[in-house]
Design a protein around this ligand. Structure first.
Ligand code: ATP
Ligand code: MG
Length: 456
């Protein structure tokens, strides 16, 4: 049995301290000894990316450290610079394609674009010359003994992007990391592409660590799948754009129902466990929302400055109102159950139903009932196929995931930062969920657009 001595983790930014404002990202770079040269030919990729290419994450100069949005690491500094590795094909590759067995796995919940990413990974692997490509069915569970892996080829994936969902299926929970790596060793998998959210990436990073510990020559590369857009440092994640677009249909229906009813109120619950990006963007896009409630901004329902009083005012002045609420908002109003899903995530109470009930009760108690309608389009949105913009994002991310694995990077994930495509070390992007800044210009634009007051 062959054991490989894997390259050391190199802190390529060890000397970056000369710029006090530079936020250093550590990247796992392989040493060059093991590289297979000359595959594939230069024409195939129309030029290579140099390993030392960097993308400037933020280009902004604040006139003072107290400017709105300034988040300088050094309070005396008004420049903010963060550099990350540029993604793309490398001249020297770390695997001989004929020795590669690549596996793809999709975990967590559904998100528009999963099939687009799977498809593009398979196509790009084939262009490198990889013949042995398999799908692991139903998330990490598929590493168990009872489910057979699914052979993948261009022929199999050709049209999968035309429908939503995941060709491979998804799940939560499953075997532990050591069992997963045992299974990978048994199957001879040396490239693993993991599509999933925070939980899945924590798993991918643990698989990467375990492979290093066992000195296996395995590349583990993630593609962040979070419809909520809650991954740090990235401009956006795939599926988010589609979700915002699809949410318009639900919001418009809620508006029509509310507008056509006598004292009508429409409530739409959108995704967003810890961050309100979908709710904010959908509200901004639709122009039909009067109240947008997100997890990052506390609010009261009752009392003189509560949401219900404002709805009463809207019924008096406009005749109807539409509320958009993110699923993670106002969890403090709901009874804690301590229930967890198979992955250990806390199951949230339904804030949409709660607001609907409280609204009905409030207006009934005031002797002037309102006609309250509630729409939860979550599963309809998640199951959509990707829109054009997400389709392109998925294509580029899928290709770059394969380039990253061939370059010898492991424990990384791919993303778009400051409009450029990059590789990031997994721990840097999942240390906590990205949340919306209530002091940001964008949230204030949203408040201007809805016309809502502070509910505290
Ligand atoms: P979603 O955004 O849909 O919630 P997710 O990737 O966060 O996506 P989870 O259900 O939390 O979805 O996790 C997906 C998989 O990752 C599960 O199989 C779970 O067992 C595994 N997982 C979650 N957290 C960890 C962890 N810390 N270490 C190892 N595996 C993990
Ligand atoms: Mg999650």
């Amino acid at each position: 049995e062959t054991r490989f001595h894997l390259p050391h983790l190199t802190d390529v930014y060890a000397d970056a301290g000369s710029y006090p404002s530079t936020f250093c990202l550590r990247m796992r770079t392989p040493v060059n000894e093991d590289f297979a040269e000359g595959y594939p030919s230069d024409e195939k990729w129309h030029g290579y990316i140099n390993n030392n290419d960097r993308v400037l994450l933020k280009v902004i100069r604040y006139s003072s450290p107290t400017s709105a949005g300034a988040e300088c690491i050094d309070p005396n500094c008004t420049w903010l610079e963060q550099w990350v590795h540029r993604a793309g094909p490398r001249e020297k590759i770390y695997y001989k394609p004929e020795n590669v067995k690549a596996a793809i796995v999709t975990c967590g919940g559904l998100c528009p674009g999963l099939n687009d990413v799977i498809r593009q990974i398979v196509i790009t692997l084939e262009i490198y010359g990889v013949k042995n490509i398999v799908g692991i069915p139903f998330g990490y569970r598929g590493f168990g003994k009872e489910l057979a892996e699914m052979p993948l080829s261009r022929k199999v994936v050709q049209n999968v992007h035309l429908s939503g969902g995941s060709l491979l299926g998804v799940s939560r929970g499953g075997p532990n990391v050591s069992e997963i790596v045992d299974s990978m060793e048994e199957r001879g998998i040396n490239m693993l592409f993991v599509l999933g959210g925070n939980g899945t990436h924590a798993g991918a990073n643990a698989i990467h660590d375990e492979c290093r510990k066992r000195q296996l020559k395995v590349a583990v590369v993630g593609v962040p799948k979070t419809i909520d857009n809650d991954i740090l440092l990235m401009d956006k994640t795939f599926g988010f754009d589609t979700a915002v677009e699809e949410a318009q249909r639900a919001i418009n229906s809620a508006y029509i129902e509310a507008h056509s009813a006598y004292r009508g109120i429409g409530i739409v619950k959108l995704m967003g466990r810890s961050s309100g990006f979908i709710a904010m963007q959908a509200s901004l896009a639709s122009g039909q929302i009067d109240v947008c409630l997100i997890p990052e901004v506390p609010f009261h329902l009752h009392g003189p400055h509560g949401v219900l009083r404002h709805l009463e005012y809207l019924l008096e002045t406009k005749g109807s109102a539409v509320v958009c609420v993110a699923e993670g908002a106002g969890q403090n109003f709901l009874e804690k159950t301590n229930a967890k899903d198979a992955s250990g995530n806390i199951v949230f109470g339904d804030i949409g139903v709660h607001i609907q009930q409280e609204t009905k009760k409030f207006f009934k108690d005031h002797g002037n009932p309102a006609d309250v309608k509630y729409i939860d389009p979550t599963y309809m949105i998640r199951a959509c196929r990707a829109n054009a913009s997400d389709g392109i994002l998925c294509t580029v991310l899928g290709q770059n995931a394969v380039h990253g694995a061939f370059a010898g990077y492991s424990g990384i994930t791919v993303g778009i930062c400051n409009t450029h495509y990059v590789y990031l070390p997994i721990p840097e992007v999942i240390s906590y969920p990205k949340v919306l800044d209530p002091n940001s210009r964008m949230w204030h634009r949203c408040l201007t657009s809805t016309g809502q007051p502070d509910f505290v």
